[in-house]
Design a protein around this ligand. Structure first.
Ligand SMILES: *Cc1c(COP(=O)(O)O)cnc(C)c1O
Length: 394
């Protein structure tokens, strides 16, 4: 049987690895040698799961959405990551990495953020654990995502606006890596998705895998079997999807269906659909699919959803797509908007725009009535209300 998990060199098929500057080699190598031992230790697991339960509010419910099920002709369950503290799945990872940083003796946390969701999650955990936190954010995003900037500052984090390049996520990432290079001994870089150099993609996938651990148990209770026929999730860098599918990667009974951000359409040049439009390259320390020009300049992605607006993709997901294990759809802005309104009106749940990209795949599917479908609602839509209201029709 083939395994879709990471190999010992940090590769998923041809994707992954650790392409870091010489000065970070030792830091990344130390992390690689220690992360599994720490994460799998009894002490870490106890502390991590106690916080997930009492601070985040886990397990998140697995909710049988009756009206949506009727519309799409299946048994549709929603995995409610939107109900977590801070409103999305990102807190699962932030808690795990900051705990790991403490175990490694690190005294300072840095992070990069685009829309600000990962920055808020990291700032939240740093407040909780009394660690100084600096969040790099493109100056354009600082202006666009003002509320999240204020939240991070209230939580005690220093938000550092990045003025280079297009002043968006990739520029913030470059700046965070530069900081890390200057302070490798005392600083831990908390990466917000299944991206970056090995071991980050595997580490983040493991920390998010609490999602599929819960799905297994909740399905056993609700359906009498511990696997679904379909798992569906949106992908930006890939962390909520990785958490959703983690324990089912090698279970061929389970179809994996992922939605990336098509923006205005994959032919339009205004897109963030990296799996559809990207080519092999190196970004953020990993070999993966990248949206780039023919001479390797990273192109600015576009999506209505700030959290999916990333010019790379996690190496796991690049591999799942290329090997045929996962079906990947590009969902355009208008389809995501329609799906968000539909869930709101049928189930009374306002999803994040990112999560709406997963929901928007439902009309493109052909289910049998007995099919059990689990779709992860990665976050709640409060942050997207302005966008929703400006697009409301009729
Ligand atoms: C950040 C974010 C995403 C995209 O990130 P992944 O790593 O692909 O999960 C999706 N949904 C929400 C709500 C987010 O905040």
């Amino acid at each position: 049987m083939t395994s879709h998990n990471v190999n010992t060199n940090g590769f998923y098929g041809e994707f992954g690895g650790a392409y870091v500057p010489e000065i970070l080699y030792k830091t990344v190598e130390d992390l690689r040698k220690q992360y599994l031992g720490i994460i799998q230790s009894e002490a870490f697991q106890q502390e991590y799961h106690a916080l997930l339960r009492d601070y985040v509010g886990r397990p998140s419910p697995l909710y049988l959405a009756r009206r949506m099920s009727e519309r799409y002709g299946c048994r549709l369950y929603l995995k409610r990551e939107d109900l977590n503290h801070t409103g999305a799945h990102k807190i699962n990872n932030a808690i795990g990495q900051v705990l790991l940083a403490k175990k490694l003796g690190k005294t300072r946390i840095i992070a990069e953020t685009g829309a600000g969701q990962h920055g808020v999650a990291t700032a939240t955990v740093c407040a909780l654990m009394n660690l100084p936190c600096r969040v790099y954010m493109g100056a354009t995003d600082v202006a666009r995502q003002h509320v999240n900037v204020e939240r991070m500052r209230m939580l005690g984090a220093e938000v550092f606006p990045v003025e280079s390049g297009n002043r968006t996520l990739k520029d913030a990432t470059n700046e965070a890596i530069r900081d890390w290079c200057c302070h490798p001994a005392d600083t831990f870089y908390v990466i917000g998705s299944t991206v970056g150099p090995h071991p980050y993609p595997d580490m983040v996938a493991r920390l998010q895998s609490v999602i599929s651990t819960e799905i297994r148990q909740q399905l056993r209770e609700k359906e009498g079997r511990d696997y679904p026929d379909y798992l569906m999730a949106c992908v930006g860098g890939g962390s909520n999807a990785a958490g959703t599918i983690y324990h089912y990667l090698d279970d061929e009974r389970v179809h994996i269906v992922l939605g990336e951000a098509g923006g205005l359409g994959i032919e339009s040049g205004q897109t963030a659909a990296t799996i559809h439009c990207g080519t092999l390259g190196i970004i953020h320390g990993a070999r993966t699919l990248v949206m780039q020009t023919e001479d390797g300049q990273i192109t600015e992605p576009y999506s209505i959803s700030a959290g999916l607006d990333y010019p790379g993709i996690g190496p796991l997901h690049a591999h799942l797509a290329r090997s045929g294990r996962a079906t990947v759809m590009a969902i355009n802005d208008d389809e995501a908007l329609r799906a968000a309104f539909e869930l709101t009106r049928l189930e009374g749940i306002i999803p994040a725009l990112e999560s709406a990209h997963a929901l928007a795949m439902l009309p493109k599917m052909q289910f049998r009535p007995s099919d059990v479908v689990v779709l992860t609602v990665s976050g709640r839509g409060d942050k997207d209300l302005d966008t929703y209201l400006s697009h409301q029709k009729g």
